[in-house]
Design a protein around this ligand. Structure first.
Ligand code: GLN
Length: 279
């Protein structure tokens, strides 16, 4: 079978299965297995596919047809300038979250050797990126999930990022220490959101998505303890879901708050709430 014939057949199957980007996914699967870029594949349509490669392509097509995200099938996701390993243990890093990393880099821009804590780290996308952009930073990353910590460690190793890891339910096992910056992309979807998840998102770990009935449960728990872990003038940056920014700001604002604000993502959605502790 030629590459173009396989792509046509795969696109048709994915379309029938309701995949939103059937053509693109078909080409990506072929490119991934044949170790070509999706652009190169366009010019190789007449090339015959070898038996072994064809088998792998068909297995991947079956998985994608059943609704598994391409990133899990290929064990790859792109975030900031880096390629991350991902699997079913972790949320697939979203482009929205790059807004948080960019803001974090600005906030610690003037601090030498900043102490940084990234909680609910998942794949480690935030922690590893911060560590790679700020080689002088001392970055610790934590997660409640052992599987996630394993994935994050793998990413730090592969990308040569100097990150320390702690298995911890929020602050429970975090050593008593004060940080210049704490970043968190917690689970924040509501009970209602969880009932209407896209097929691909259903494949992701619900522990990384579900934030209790109103989506704010994890923010409440973090707000209770976070100021004890901040240096004077230290920052907390939190990713928030659609329309949660006011509630989250309220939860984190108290007598310890110096200043706070909200940052929009590239789509214009209020995406990151930031809070600064008093000097
Ligand atoms: N942004 C994710 C989504 O829309 C949710 C991630 C999270 O809960 N932190 O599916």
């Amino acid at each position: 079978m030629t590459i173009q014939t396989w792509i046509n057949h795969a696109e048709e199957r994915l379309q029938k299965a309701g995949c939103p980007d059937a053509g693109l996914d078909a080409r990506y699967i072929a490119a991934g297995v044949l170790k070509k870029s999706p652009g190169e594949i366009r010019f190789l349509g007449d090339t015959e596919i070898e038996k072994d490669a064809l088998e792998i392509m068909n297995v991947r097509l079956d998985r994608r047809e059943k609704g598994e995200p391409l990133q899990y099938i290929e064990n790859t996701a792109y975030f900031m300038d880096f390629e991350f390993y991902v699997d079913e243990n972790v949320l697939i890093p979203r482009q929205d979250t790059e807004t948080l990393v960019e803001l974090a880099l600005k906030k610690i821009g003037g601090i030498q050797k900043p102490d940084v804590l990234d909680m609910c780290t998942g794949s480690g996308a935030i922690a590893v990126s911060l560590s790679l952009y700020r080689k002088d930073a001392c970055v610790t990353a934590s997660d409640i999930s052992f599987g996630a910590i394993e994935v994050a460690k793998k990413n730090a190793g592969r990308l040569n990022a100097n990150v320390g890891f702690v298995l911890s339910d929020l602050f429970e096992s975090i050593p008593e220490k004060r940080y210049d910056l704490i970043t968190i992309n917690p689970p924040y979807l509501t009970k209602e959101d969880m009932l209407t998840l896209q097929r691909e998102v259903q494949a992701e770990p619900s522990i990384a998505l579900f934030g209790g009935d109103d989506g704010l449960e994890v923010y409440r728990r973090i707000a209770r303890d976070v100021y004890r872990y901040l240096k004077p003038g230290g920052y907390v940056l939190l990713e928030v879901g659609l329309g949660q920014e006011k509630d989250v700001l309220t939860l984190f604002t108290n007598e310890c708050t110096w200043e706070s604000g909200v940052q929009k993502d590239l789509c214009g959605v209020d995406r990151v709430v930031w809070i600064r502790s008093k000097e």
